[in-house]
Design a protein around this ligand. Structure first.
Ligand code: URA
Length: 275
C-alpha cells in the first residue's frame, strides 16, 4: 500500500511536471486496483465532489459536453461562429465576439480567453496551436517557456511583439494541454480565419504540426512541411506561409534548433524582399 501510494505520487508528480495539472473527468481511475500491470482492468472510482477547475477559474455557464462531436452539431456551431467572426470589423470586435461565443467547450475549463498579441498591422503573423497553462493564467499567447524561446528566436531575426503578431488556432487552453479535438478546432476555425483577414499580414508562420495541418488542411507531418514555402488560402486572399517546428518541441529536442534557424533565415529573407 505504501509502495502503491508512493508510486501514485511519483506518477502524479510526473504528470504535473509534464503540464497535466487538471482533472478532466468526474471519475478517477484506480490503476492499482486488482491488476497493477493492466490499465484495462483498472477500476473506475466515482470522485466526490467532481473535479474543480484549478487556480482562479471564473465561475462559468455549465459546460457543453466537451466531446459532443456529432458532425451536425459541429457544423451548426461553426456556422454560428462564422457569422459572429465575419461581423467583426476590428481585432477588438473579434475579441469581444469570442468572449461572447459559447460554442466551444474549452471556454468552460479555461481561466482566460487567450487572444492574439503584438502589432495589429504586423507584416508577419505567427500561429501556434493552443494556449498552455501560463498563457491561460495571463491571457496572452506564448508567454510560458516555449513563448520565451519564441521571443528569443524572433529577436534573432530582428522581430518582437512590437512588429510581429502572435496567436493560436485555439484561443482557450485544452485541459492538461491535450491536443484540441476536431470538433473544437472546427468551431474555433472561423475566428482564426477572421483574425488573419483583420491583421492581413504579408506572411504567416505556422508553429508546429497541429497548426500547420489544420490551417493548410493537410495530413503531412511537420518534419516534411517545415522549411518549405506554401500558400495559406484565405477567403479572398492567399498568404505566403512557412510551417516550422513548435518552440515546445525545440525545448524537448534542442538539436532541432538548427532546422528552425534555417527556417527563420528564410523568413528574414522574405521580409527583406529576397524570397
Ligand atoms: N503553445 C502554443 O501553441 N501556444 C501558446 O500560446 C503557448 C504554447
Amino acid at each position: 500500500m505504501i509502495n502503491n501510494n508512493r508510486q501514485a505520487l511519483e506518477i502524479l508528480t510526473w504528470y504535473h511536471d509534464a503540464g497535466v495539472d487538471e482533472a478532466v473527468s468526474d471519475y478517477s481511475t484506480d490503476f492499482f486496483a486488482k491488476n497493477e500491470t493492466s490499465a484495462a482492468t483498472a477500476k473506475v472510482v466515482k470522485a466526490t465532489p467532481p473535479a474543480k477547475p484549478s487556480l482562479g477559474h471564473k465561475p462559468s455557464a455549465p459546460a457543453r459536453a466537451p466531446q459532443a462531436s456529432s458532425v451536425l452539431e459541429a457544423g451548426e456551431t461553426a456556422n454560428e461562429a462564422r457569422l459572429l467572426a465575419q461581423s467583426a470589423k476590428t481585432l477588438e470586435d473579434l475579441k469581444t465576439a469570442l468572449e461572447q461565443f459559447d460554442g466551444c467547450g474549452l471556454k468552460a475549463t479555461a481561466t482566460n480567453l487567450v487572444f492574439g498579441d503584438g502589432a495589429a498591422d504586423a507584416r508577419i503573423m505567427f500561429i501556434g496551436e493552443a494556449p498552455g497553462s501560463d498563457e491561460d493564467i495571463q491571457g496572452l499567447p506564448f508567454v510560458g517557456r516555449s513563448g520565451q524561446l519564441l521571443d528569443r528566436m524572433l529577436v534573432a531575426i530582428g522581430l518582437d511583439r512590437q512588429n510581429a503578431y502572435i496567436t493560436n488556432v485555439i484561443p482557450w487552453r485544452p485541459p492538461g494541454n491535450r491536443t484540441p479535438t476536431p470538433h473544437e478546432t472546427a468551431v474555433c476555425r472561423p475566428f482564426i480565419d477572421r483574425q488573419i483577414e483583420l491583421v492581413s499580414p504579408e506572411v504567416i508562420v505556422f508553429l508546429g504540426g497541429v497548426a500547420a495541418k489544420e490551417m493548410l488542411d493537410t495530413a503531412t507531418g511537420i518534419l516534411r512541411l517545415r522549411g518549405k514555402w506554401t500558400n495559406f488560402k484565405g477567403k479572398d486572399t492567399e498568404y505566403p506561409a512557412l510551417p516550422t517546428l513548435h518552440p515546445a518541441y525545440l525545448l524537448r529536442q534542442p538539436a532541432q534548433k538548427r532546422l528552425v534557424w534555417s527556417d527563420f533565415i528564410l523568413i528574414r529573407q522574405f521580409l527583406d524582399g529576397k524570397k
